[in-house]
Design a protein around this ligand. Sequence first.
Ligand SMILES: [Fe+2]
Length: 351
Amino acid sequence: MRYLPMSQIRKDMILGQELYDGKGNMLLPKYTKLTDDHISYIVFQGINGLYIDDSFSKNVEIREVLQPEVRKEALRLIRNLFLRASEGEVLTEPEEDELRLKVESVVTEVLENQDIMYNLLELKTYDDYTYCHSTNVAVVSGVLGAKCCLNRDQLKHLVMAGFLHDIGKVYVDAEIINAPRRLTEQERAKVMDHPRMGYEFLREHYNFPEEVNRCVYEHHEWYNGGGYPCRKKNKDLLFLSRILKVADVYDAMTSNRSYHAAYLPAEVAEYIMARSGMEFDPEVVDVASKEIALYPVGCEVELSSGAHALVVRNHRGYGMRPTIKMLDTGEIIDLSDNRKSWNLTIMRLLM
Ligand SMILES: [Fe+2]
């Protein structure tokens, strides 16, 4: 399986992975032979690229931390929670139980798949950003939390906070949140109040552990006290909040938004590393730099020699040196190990 941008997708290619929309509805099943109509529809949905099955990439296995089924169910629950909140309502008791069970499943999958680096190249549609983002932040937080040796209860709280962290945004006009322009002072103040509003909403309407609510309150605080809403810093912030902060920025920056195009994973990793000790907790940055794949498996890269290759495997701690398969010769090169290829570097990821 390999990832191709929509500009390279052609009729009769075989879809390598189920395609869902942000409501958790399946748009196309795995192994669909694409028609021109499918391609136009997918472009219309705002999806930038697809996973394709072909003979060149048939042994390339993309392992994800979360099973598509669990992701789909989580999306549905989160969407429901946000829609209810925007109407001033809450989940019913059985729905709330379902959410807690979903958090349990995410924690179980995160713990069982600790050998997998976070490799997600999310296929996001235009209108489902909030739900996809909340789900991704929950998973990335879980992956980082597990590597930071949190216990199971702490992981459950962190994953739940990941799902809920932006719930306060239901009180901010979508027009302001998605504005592709500089916000007025008043609008900025409203946006910057969403952590507090989310915290108040959860305390008033739900009975989640206080650690979950506090993470929601603290997810825009900075390690050095430069964040908002309270300018808390360092050890005054929960460790869970400092993990959530990294996961939130990572997913937000790798997503297409109305006010910026998606940054590449390597660019975001550089941003996060450069702001270690300032915006982010150095301990969490250290873990993130080992756990998040800079060049996701299945993607095409351009090398310093000018040749192109497919990323086939990542190596923990050597994010810049994955194993690749040359597109022209089919040769497999492990950049983390092959001494002959020391001067072969990845110049860019083609997305
Ligand atoms: Fe937020």
